[in-house]
Design a protein around this ligand. Structure first.
Ligand code: PHE
Length: 342
């Protein structure tokens, strides 16, 4: 019996080492370990052996079982390894993943912040959802002020605050003016507030969400020359040395006097062309901070004066590049064919 076993194991081992596919190995396994497999048959014979021989042969069968099982397992692993082995040529150039970049509005925000930080402005951002008080009342715009119509506004459905009024999606970054006065306490204040603004407009030149950058400077003896000087500096650095700024009288409730700020057109250098018509493009609003706004921020208008300006990031960026984007909504439509160009 011992001899039959030994022969069987020898034969099986040879078969295993000769096998070259998993399928062959599986059938070898069945031939040995299956219901009517060779080893099983021998195991069934055990009962005919003498009491002395039984444990000896039994132990031997167990040993061979393990040996054969292991041999099959090892061989399988080797076949799998060979089948999945691929030649790697480390000298072949890799596949370059496409590289993304910052959105053009983010690029503009970074550039503009840097320009103002260089002359001592502190970059801040204030809530996009704010109270009517910070968006309007604190800026000298009472409830019945018709000027409020210029700042069409999204209102939030929530209980109004007894002092601050309704909640709104901030329609301009000027909402940060009195918040900054409260944060800093007493002047000097040199703020550059860049944030998202919201107004319910949706057409080729308006998106309901857009960005503004708001400057606010408050100190002793601040006057219009400081305002003009700052705009000249910004224009030179952001738009280039050839571009010029002009102030045009205007009206805002929260500044007095107020100005619209224009810049010479970058396409025609101020001569007049299809884009600008008369040589000038409108950047945005500005003016000397109204005494009532200073009072709302608990700053004494008899001691301090200041200037403020609020311009659209999207608009300003397009004026820099002399870009005429047919539809401003492209900026936020996530079409990479458009965005990849910046
Ligand atoms: N907040 C005004 C707007 O959105 C711009 C502005 C800011 C005007 C600061 C004057 C001073 O149109």
């Amino acid at each position: 019996m011992e001899e039959t076993l030994l022969k069987l194991v020898d034969k099986s081992k040879k078969e295993i080492s000769a096998a070259s596919t998993i399928a062959t190995l599986n059938s070898i396994f069945l031939n040995i370990f299956g219901q009517s497999g060779t080893l099983m048959k021998i195991t069934k014979e055990l009962k005919h052996l003498s009491e002395e021989e039984k444990p000896k042969i039994g132990a031997l069968i167990n040993r061979y079982k393990k040996e054969l099982e292991n041999a099959i397992k090892k061989k399988k692993a080797r076949i799998i390894e060979q089948e999945t082995k691929v030649d790697i040529d480390v000298t072949i150039p890799g596949i370059r993943p496409p590289l993304g970049h910052l959105h053009l509005v983010t690029q503009a925000i970074l550039q503009i912040s840097r320009i103002f930080e260089k002359i001592g402005f502190t970059r801040v951002r204030y809530p996009e959802i704010d109270w009517e008080w910070y968006s309007f009342e604190s800026l000298n715009m009472t409830k019945d002020s018709p000027a409020r119509d210029d700042f069409e506004t999204f209102f939030i459905e929530a209980d109004p605050h007894p002092k601050f009024g309704k909640m709104v999606l901030s329609p301009h970054t000027s909402s940060g003016q009195v918040r900054e006065m409260e944060r800093v306490g007493s002047p000097p204040i040199r703020m550059i507030n860049i944030a998202k603004c919201y107004r319910p407009n949706w057409d080729i030149s308006h998106t309901p969400m857009f960005h503004q950058f708001e400057g606010l400077v408050i100190d002793k003896s601040i006057n219009i020359t400081h305002l003009k000087g700052t705009f000249d500096y910004f224009a030179r650095v952001f738009f280039g040395p050839k571009r010029k700024i002009r102030l045009r009288p205007f009206h805002f409730q929260f500044t007095e006097p107020s100005f619209e700020v224009d810049i010479t057109c970058g396409v025609c250098d101020g001569k007049g062309c299809k884009l600008c018509k008369e040589g000038w493009l409108e950047l945005g609003g500005s003016g000397m901070v109204h005494p009532n706004v200073l009072k709302a921020g608990k700053i004494d208008p008899n001691i301090y004066t200041g200037y403020a300006f609020g311009w659209g990031i999207e608009r300003t960026y397009m004026m820099k590049e002399g870009l005429k984007i047919e539809d401003l909504r492209l900026l936020y439509s996530n079409d990479t064919r458009f965005l990849d160009q910046f």
